[in-house]
Design a binder for this molecule. Structure first.
Ligand SMILES: Nc1nc2c(c(=O)[nH]1)N[C@H]1C(S)=C(S)[C@@H](COP(=O)(O)O)O[C@H]1N2
Ligand SMILES: [Mo]
Length: 577
């Protein structure tokens, strides 16, 4: 907690009652526990529990084994298996499993553990998946949350669910801010490890294991599949060459699934999406999110089959290959594997409690690890606009509504007495009335909103460009940031605020909106005035704006992290991804 007295001393007249924030996630003040439902898939109007997949998969596996065993009694199939016994390429690798490959294999698994857990946590913040770009309740194809209630206000925060702490990181409801630091930090490490792996694969002849060089990989893969399914396994020469099925699945995982995971990941952020408009209109945020989830499914399937086969095709030998790099009858692989697994399990158990306790530390380290990459994404000009017919039929509401007497009085008077206060490091402080704002040149834009939780929606916004306000108030040279103060408090008390760079505020699409879809901005969406900044996530767009302040620094505001949700929910100050 920051020293409140020091904060008050440096407080400017315009600055409302901001509060400091805890450095750990205090479950007592956090959103109450709420578990959703077992995951379901929608078929037409019916929701089917995905647990049906377990008996279905079991029965399918039984049939597959029976069919494969039957096939192997047929002479033509036997000939086929003789002709294509399994091994993928005639060229074999003579260097075994070198140390760099073993190290990278370990790091890959280690990083994936964080990426997958944190990814599931992010999904739990908005536990619905869609294909189209807007998120109309009932149109999702997958969910682990109830129907959206229609008899009361249901914000997207309300929609988040609690998941077990051993599964997600940290499991707590609406902990997307912290989960994103884990996800992105380990994404970066995973990508660097993966790129180095690509280089080393091709710098040596190890690529021959995983890249098909002959069409015979397909008949060999089919032959191996039949052999595995018949439970009479193919002869393997994994030390030197992979069989067709191994080669294809590794190839898909390394060269197709991994890049798709990366592309569909960054396409969920406003910076890439609003830059690559033509691509984003096809690969919209919700489709990207769905594909990202399907890739997760592929990875989980791969991990399951891969580790099962490691266990049932000669565990000692396989561990010798991948952990000790030897092809002998020793126990060396085991001797490395066992302590490594114990350490991994320990880390697995500790991550969630440590994240809850050291939440601020997680945020600061995440900011160090990936914040500068996010700042590069801000250099891109967000310019994508949509057409009237793209406007979403349903636009989620999020945030904590204003309740102050001052706000209620203004609202009752239809904001006739509303004046936005603009000050701080400017030549010309201003108070501009609602009527005066509306008489200024108006800009309309049809853009897509990206909430950090995962939903999106397109709306038409009308209002005054922030750059026109900047021209009027004339910021002093030392002004580096623009702070927006709301009438509303944040979820944990104290006024909601957020800080933006001057650069972003000079952008032609940064807008003080008083209209939404051609109507006066309504109460829930931020009346009388809310911000649009099209290369940032939704939480940075303050609703119910009371004042704007130009500042040199934001360390003295609130807990000093650049905004209410940065202070209280451990989000990052730059959020273009
Ligand atoms: N004052 C205030 N502004 C706020 C919030 C809030 O809680 N308080 N929530 C933010 C979040 S997280 C999002 S996604 C958008 C939601 O805008 P909408 O309700 O118009 O969809 O408002 C942002 N602005
Ligand atoms: Mo949001």
């Amino acid at each position: 907690m920051k020293n409140i007295q020091a904060m008050q001393a440096s407080k400017s007249a315009i600055e409302p009652n901001l509060v400091g924030a805890e450095d750990s996630l205090k479950l007592g003040h956090w959103m109450p526990y709420h578990t959703g439902i077992m995951p379901q898939v929608r078929i037409g109007k019916r929701w089917i529990s995905i647990w049906w997949a377990i008996p279905i998969a079991f029965v399918a596996a039984l049939f597959a084994v029976a069919i494969a065993q039957e096939l192997r009694t047929i002479p033509a199939v036997q000939d086929f298996i003789l002709r294509y016994p399994g091994d993928a390429t005639p060229v074999s690798v003579t260097s075994g499993f070198p140390w760099w490959l073993r190290a990278q294999h370990f790091f890959n698994a280690f990083f994936m553990m964080f990426i997958i857990r944190a990814g599931i946590q992010i999904l739990a913040d908005y536990p619905r998946l869609f294909l189209q770009r807007d998120c109309t309740p009932g149109k999702e194809w997958f969910r682990f949350q109830h129907d959206v209630p229609t008899d009361r206000l249901w914000t997207s925060k309300d929609d988040s669910v609690t998941i077990p702490g051993w599964l997600g990181i940290p499991g707590v409801r609406h902990s997307v801010g912290l989960a994103r630091w884990w996800h992105f930090t380990f994404d970066l490490l995973w990508i660097l490890n993966g790129l180095l792996y690509y280089v080393l694969l091709f710098a040596t002849n190890q690529w021959l294991r995983v890249v098909p060089t002959s069409w015979s990989v397909f008949p060999n893969a089919l032959s191996t599949l039949i052999q595995y399914l018949s439970l009479n396994f193919p002869v393997e020469h994994t030390w030197t060459v992979y069989n067709g099925l191994q080669q294809l699945t590794y190839f898909v995982t390394i060269f197709i699934a991994a890049p798709i995971a990366f592309i569909t990941g960054v396409m969920q952020g406003p910076a890439f999406s609003n830059k690559l408009g033509w691509f984003a209109k096809f690969m919209n945020r919700q489709l990207a999110r769905t594909i990202h989830f399907i890739v997760l499914g592929w990875f989980l399937f791969f991990i399951f089959v891969h580790t099962t086969l490691v266990f049932i095709t000669g565990l000692r030998k396989n561990l010798n290959y991948m952990f000790a790099g030897v092809n002998d009858g020793s126990w060396n692989g085991f001797l490395i594997y066992i302590p490594v697994m114990i350490i991994l399990i320990g880390i697995w158990i500790m991550v969630s409690p440590l994240t809850i306790k050291y939440a601020r530390r997680v945020q600061m380290i995440g900011e160090r690890m990936v914040g500068y990459i996010q700042s590069w994404a801000e250099l891109w000009d967000p310019q994508t606009q949509y057409t009237e017919k793209d406007i979403s039929p349903y636009f989620w509401v999020n945030g904590t509504l204003p309740t102050s007497d001052e706000y209620n009085r203004l609202k009752e008077g239809n904001f006739a007495d509303y004046k936005i206060i603009i000050g701080g490091l400017v030549e010309n402080p201003q108070e501009i009335s609602y009527a005066a704002l509306k008489s200024m040149p108006k800009q309309d834009q049809i853009t897509k909103h990206f909430c950090i939780q995962g939903w999106s929606g397109v709306a038409k916004w009308g209002g005054v460009p922030v750059r026109d306000i900047i021209k009027i108030v004339k910021p002093k040279p030392e002004a580096r940031y623009v702070v927006f103060y709301s009438f509303a408090e944040g979820a944990d008390g104290g006024i909601y605020y957020d800080v933006h760079s001057m650069r972003n505020m000079r952008h032609h699409l940064s807008l003080l909106a008083y209209e939404m879809n051609g109507e006066p901005l309504n109460f829930l969406h931020g009346a009388p005035l809310r911000l649009r900044c099209e290369n940032q996530l939704g939480f940075k767009m303050v609703k119910w704006i009371r004042a704007i302040e130009f500042v040199h620094d934001f360390k003295h505001l609130g807990a000093g992290h650049g905004g209410y949700n940065e202070d209280h929910e451990f989000y990052g100050y730059r959020m273009p991804i």
